[in-house]
Design a protein around this ligand. Structure first.
Ligand code: NAD
Length: 247
C-alpha cells in the first residue's frame, strides 16, 4: 500500500511508533524513524533490520523542540531520498499529576513535545511537501482529546491542541494537496500499560466494549490506511481507535 513512499515517524523507537514503522516497511515504504537518543534509535533500527534485512530503514535523533534541528534533519532526508511523502508526529509523553501540585515546568514540558514539536515538524515538512505538490501529515492524538481525564490535565490539553492543529492544517494545506489527519488511540498495550498491575488493568478493561486494550498493531493499521491512497479523500479527521472506550 505504500510502495515507493518515503515516511518519517517520530517516536518510532518503541510502542505505537515502532508498530507504525514496521507496518509501513511491510507495505513497501522507506522509513526514517526518529527518537530522542542515538542509542535507542540505533537499537530500534538494528532490531528491525534483524527482523527483515530487506527493510529500508534508518534513524535520526533531532531535538524536535528545535525547529533548526528539525529543519536540518528533514532536509537531509529529502536530499537522500528525493522527497518526503508521509510524516507521522507520534512522539509524546504524559503525566498524571493533580492540578493541586502540577509544576508549571512539567506542564510546559508536555506541551513542548506533544504540541510545539508537532508544529515544528509539520511546518518544516509542509514547506517540503508544498514544493513537491503533495503529502500526508498524521498525528497521534488520544481518546483523552475527546473526553479529558480526571488527573494530569497537561496531557489531554496537549492532545486537544493536536486535534486543533490537525483540523486547521487540513483546511489550510488542502489546496497544496497535503492531507492532515490524526488517530486517537484508546488504552494501548505499550510498555506503560504492560507494567500496570492487575487491579488497575482489569477494571479498565471492563469499561471497554470490545473487552480488551488495543494492540500497537491495531493503531498502526489506522495509520496505514490514512497514509495510503485508500484515504485520498480523507482529511481533517481524528479517527478513534479505542474499542469504544469512554472513560
Ligand atoms: P512510548 O513511551 O512507548 O513511546 C514514546 C516514543 O516517543 C518513543 O519512541 C520515544 O523515543 C519518543 N519520545 C519520548 N520523548 C521524546 C522526546 N523528548 N523527543 C523525541 N522523542 C521522544 O509511548 P506510546 O504509548 O507508544 O505513545 C506513542 C504516542 O501514542 C504518544 O503520542 C502517546 O501520547 C500516544 N498514545 C498512547 C496511548 C497508550 O495507551 N499507549 C494512548 C493514546 C495515545
Amino acid at each position: 500500500m505504500l510502495k515507493g513512499k518515503v515516511a518519517i515517524v517520530t517516536g518510532g523507537t518503541r510502542g505505537i511508533g515502532i508498530a507504525i514503522v514496521r507496518k509501513y516497511l511491510d507495505n513497501g515504504a522507506t522509513v526514517v524513524l526518529c527518537g530522542s537518543r542515538k542509542e535507542t534509535v540505533d537499537k530500534a533500527v538494528e532490531t528491525l533490520r534483524g527482523e527483515n534485512p530487506e527493510y529500508n530503514v534508518e534513524g535520526i535523533w533531532p531535538n524536535l523542540s528545535s525547529i533548526e534541528e528539525v529543519k536540518e534533519a528533514f532536509e537531509n532526508v529529502k536530499k537522500t531520498y528525493g522527497k518526503i511523502d508521509i510524516l507521522v508526529n507520534n512522539a509524546g509523553i504524559s503525566a498524571r499529576d493533580s492540578i493541586y501540585d502540577y509544576k508549571a515546568e512539567d506542564f510546559s514540558k508536555i506541551m513542548d513535545l506533544n504540541v510545539n514539536a508537532v508544529f515544528n515538524c509539520s511546518q518544516v515538512v509542509a514547506l517540503i511537501m508544498k514544493k513537491q505538490q503533495g503529502g500526508v501529515i498524521l498525528n497521534t492524538s488520544s481518546m483523552v482529546s475527546i473526553y479529558g481525564q480526571p488527573s494530569g490535565c497537561g496531557y489531554p490539553t496537549s492532545k486537544f491542541a493536536v486535534n486543533g492543529l490537525t483540523k486547521s492544517l487540513a483546511r489550510e494545506l488542502g489546496k497544496d494537496n497535503i492531507r492532515v489527519n490524526a488517530v486517537a488511540p484508546g488504552v494501548t498495550n505499550t510498555d506503560m500499560v504492560k507494567n500496570l498491575p492487575d487491579e488497575i488493568i482489569k477494571p479498565l478493561i471492563s469499561t471497554i466494549p470490545l473487552g480488551r486494550v488495543g494492540e500497537p498493531e491495531d493503531i498502526a493499521n489506522a495509520f496505514l490506511y490514512l497514509a495510503s491512497d485508500m484515504a485520498s479523500y480523507v482529511t481533517g479527521v481524528v479517527l478513534s481507535v479505542d474499542g469504544a472506550a469512554r472513560s
